[in-house]
Design a protein around this ligand. Structure first.
Ligand code: PEP
Ligand code: MG
Length: 589
């Protein structure tokens, strides 16, 4: 009898295969006491083990940069930082000197203390770093215990498999071969963990945060996973397996068919021209986005260039990354969203104590305006990159007019620093409408900006007072809630009134029902995750803008998101558009 488990989808894609548990751990560190005269030797052994671990980490960084990308290589910087962490070193040495225990025992205690502090903080960024700490622990202890490098754990399988574990340490992720590793499922982990970012960059489906129920899966079981929805089926029935193969064949067929029309414009059935751009998290995604026919980049989340870094990213570093994206989109819009750090993303260089309400705290433009060096580097890099392409700058988390005024001033200063004038030909500036204040103040923000991008992800959490990352809130976090749908309509009206270019970059635009509703409300420009490009373009080609506009008018007085969703789904089904609502990877039973 097959069973279904659920986690959080962290890297889209489906897979079917036998499971292989990874045990990247040092099960038992022996308790060994030392004599006072041995202290110096233990201190030296510890220094050597750290040096060796650092060497391996920098080797992995170089290998990853070469195999996957420069940015991906940088995920190892935080491990290097942990190995050199003064508290970790001093704490270990104190245990050796004061308690006369071996270097491995002392180091293990220190790591344990650090781990507890990180777990207690409940700070998303710190929780993301737990897998890095685990990696460092295993690496340093392996040297101290004379076990050699434990990095070949994922190559000793007989056949291509789905990896199971508690976390995915970056040093394992960096070595994954997509031909042999069909997918990864973790009881812990998070979307932002370094190992998960690497697996995503390699195109491997990943599910995280399954919890302890994952332990019920044993080596030898077979698993069917859907990395988009986070669902998995253990020992699927022959019908489910057949359904999976059929779905894969259909998806391949559909992808091929959609790729044939990749270069064609996305017009609705009634001839309304729409624009579908890509949301990028990493520069190297640009190439795939261009191949799938994206009309430029509507949102490049540049903060992924700073997370895990211990220094403010330099102008030259950024320029290189921005040019990578521009190269994939010659002449097309490339919208750089300035660093949206804070919330759940804290780079290490901020050295911030956790905030009680990080989503209502020091975030996005607030941090950038308070840190002129950080913001200045980014603005200058963007201006310089604009010589090579069509760059636009998008400002996140704006809630006051002053923030946009000050951003304009800083942009003028950045031009001056480069010996250029902030003329009419400057980089277009846009505001993310993702706080209720920005919706209300759009007419006052309009004189300072050239374009507007609707951020439905944050707007939903701020309007409904429902944390976007809190799984317990379930249906409460609903971007199609009538309160939001009414706001979306007002944003269209204000943008038209003030002649502002308007797009949507929140996840709602990448949802089949969402994009149809938005089209009906008057939106014409959408920016969606790279994997969603073909599907969203197909939906837009098969609906009528006028038909959906009439429908959304009728739904002006809808009382719930479900009512809106049901009505839009009915419209799509009647027009033969809605794909099978059952996640295809799991259908057939
Ligand atoms: C949004 O809030 O809708 C958005 C696109 O930004 P992010 O998801 O990066 O916060
Ligand atoms: Mg946002």
């Amino acid at each position: 009898m097959s069973r279904i488990l659920e986690g959080v989808g962290a890297s889209a894609g489906r897979a079917l295969g036998p499971v292989h548990w990874i045990d990247w751990d040092i099960p038992l560190v022996p308790h060994r006491t030392i004599r006072p005269e041995e202290v110096a030797d233990e201190v030296e052994r510890f220094a050597q083990a750290r040096a060796r671990a650092l060497e391996l980490v920098s080797h992995l960084q170089a290998e990853t940069a070469h195999r996957i990308g420069q940015f991906e290589g940088k995920v190892f910087e935080s491990q290097a930082m942990m190995i050199e962490d003064p508290d970790l070193i001093q704490g270990t040495l104190s245990y050796v000197r004061d308690n006369f225990v071996s270097a491995e025992r002392a180091f293990d205690w220190q790591v344990l203390e650090m781990r507890i502090r990180m777990q207690e903080s409940a700070h998303a960024m710190l929780v993301d770093r737990l897998a890095d700490l685990h990696d460092v622990r295993v690496r340093v202890l392996s040297h101290l215990l004379g076990r050699g490098d434990p990095g070949d754990l994922v190559t000793d399988m007989d056949e291509p498999s789905i990896l199971l574990g508690t976390e995915l340490p970056p040093s394992i992720a960096a070595r994954l071969d997509p031909a042999r590793i069909l997918g990864v499922v973790l009881s812990g982990g998070s979307r932002g963990a370094h190992g998960v970012i690497l697996a995503r960059a390699l195109g491997i489906p990943v599910i995280v945060a399954v919890g302890r129920s994952l332990d019920s899966i044993a080596d030898g079981d077979r698993l069917l996973i859907d990395g988009r929805t986070g669902e998995m089926r253990i020992n699927p029935s022959p019908q489910a397996v057949e359904g999976f193969h059929r779905a894969i064949a259909q998806a391949t067929h559909r992808r091929e068919a959609l790729q044939k029309v990749a270069g064609q414009p996305t017009k609705t059935k009634d001839g309304v021209q729409t624009v579908v751009q890509a949301n990028l998290e990493l520069p190297h995604e640009a190439e795939e986005a261009a191949r799938l026919g994206a009309d430029g980049v509507g949102l490049f989340r540049t903060e992924f260039l700073v997370i895990g870094r211990r220094e403010i990213p330099g102008e030259e570093d950024q320029l290189r990354e921005y040019r990578t994206v521009l190269e994939a989109f010659p002449g097309r819009e490339v919208t750089l969203r300035t660093f949206d750090i804070g919330g759940d993303k804290f780079p290490l260089f901020l050295h911030l104590p956790p905030e009680d309400n990080p989503y209502l705290g020091w975030r996005g433009i607030r941090i950038c305006l308070d840190m002129p060096e950080l913001f200045g580097n980014q603005l200058r890099a963007a201006i310089r990159a604009s010589a090579d392409g069509n760059i636009r700058l998008l400002i996140p988390f704006v809630s006051t007019v002053e923030e946009i005024q000050r951003t304009r001033d800083m942009l003028t200063e950045a031009y001056a620093a480069l010996g250029q004038e902030d003329s009419g030909a400057r980089v277009p500036l846009g505001v993310m409408v993702e706080t209720p204040a920005a919706v209300e103040l759009l007419d006052l923000l309009a004189p300072y900006v050239d374009f507007v991008s609707l951020g439905t992800n944050d707007l939903t959490q701020y309007v409904l007072a429902a944390d976007r990352g809190n799984g317990n809130l379930g249906k409460l976090y609903d971007p199609l809630h009538p309160a939001l749908v009414r706001m979306y309509r007002r944003v269209v009206e204000e943008s038209v009134r003030h002649e502002l270019d308007l797009s949507v970059c929140g996840e709602l635009a990448g949802d089949v029902l969402g994009v149809a509703a938005l089209l009906g409300l008057g939106y014409r420009k959408f920016s969606v995750a790279v994997t969603g490009l073909p599907e969203i373009r197909e939906v837009l080609r098969n609906v009528s803008a006028e038909g959906l506009s009439n429908l959304m008018r009728k739904l002006d007085r809808a009382e719930s998101g479900d009512e809106i969703r049901r009505a839009v789904a009915r419209y799509l089904t009647e027009n033969g558009v809605l794909p099978d609502p059952v996640p295809i990877g799991l259908s057939g039973e």
